[in-house]
Design a protein around this ligand. Sequence first.
Ligand code: COA
Length: 332
Amino acid sequence: MRLARIAGTGHFLPERIVTNKDLEKVMDTSDEWIQERTGIKERRFVEPGTGSTDLGFEAAKAALDEAGWGPEDLDFIIFATLSPDMYFPGDGCFLQNLLGVDDIGALDIRNQCTGFVYSLSIADAYIRMGMYDRILVVGSEVHSTAMSMTTEGRDTAVLFGDGAGAACIEVTDGSEGSQFLWHRLHSNGAFAEDLCMPAPTPKRKPWISKEMLDEGLFFPQMNGREVFRNAVTKFPEVIKEVLETQSLTLDDLKLVIPHQANERITEGVRKRVGGPPERVFSNIAKYGNTTAASIPIALSEVVKSGMIERGDLICTVAFGSGFTWGANLFHY
Ligand code: COA
């Protein structure tokens, strides 16, 4: 039987650390406010000239190394980002070129914070159906250059950071007890405008203008309370849903790796999941919210630190703009 499993993981973070105190210098905020409401202490920002493809490339090389693959072993690339280097083409094509692989397919996924969860499900499906044997999945974001670093933009500017993570997914027969089990994916476009970047937009003519800039439409717009209210319910709901597809329960889980949106949301997930607090992973204090990159960064960190071993039952779960949400269940 054809199944898929994680062969290697990797991550990459820009060197520059930006603390809450650093943000205090450019906007009316405070370390206390940020830590209390979000759990974030610091995040990483790129230097100008570095894009999400560059970060993704570094994470991809690390994942390929861990898998023992060269770029020439790849059959396909899936790249999740909401901050591509260009409006088009997608980062997947740029990454393919950086990796020096000739003509394999490259798919960009635009599912924001849930992008990596959606991407893993696609990699698993392609491998199960026999289309490919080895797929590189990348989540990468550069937020720092596209946020309003002012008091006006402080509700989102304090949340997001830059970074990238990647995973190599390979075909397996499941005999080693390491495989994807199932995925659940959701979206609800009724909330699309509660977390979005409205411009530039071909719906307007011209599609890019000074008025749009003046209105701040190039910056993320967020209804923080609506996001929070939905996230705390949807995270635990979809974890249970994906477990039920395999007749498993919360007690069977070694680790839940939630998208790192906000420590208070993660705390809510902890209460609903039960067990020791470390069963629900968190690294938001160090990196902030890195959108599609947060799960693969976390996954790579827990592998490298020895927190998880081959065969452990893991759930990766995300919620974000769209609204989109979903979960992957796998034996690592
Ligand atoms: N620093 C200081 N004060 C800030 C601030 C900041 N960075 N951002 C907002 N405030 C102020 C507001 O202006 C408001 O002031 P007022 O009472 O004088 O009007 C006050 O703090 C409370 O704002 P509010 O938006 O009600 O705070 P909140 O308790 O809802 O917390 C979030 C705001 C963004 C932290 C919270 O809504 C949240 O975490 N939402 C989910 C966000 C998220 O996870 N997004 C990514 C999804 S993937």
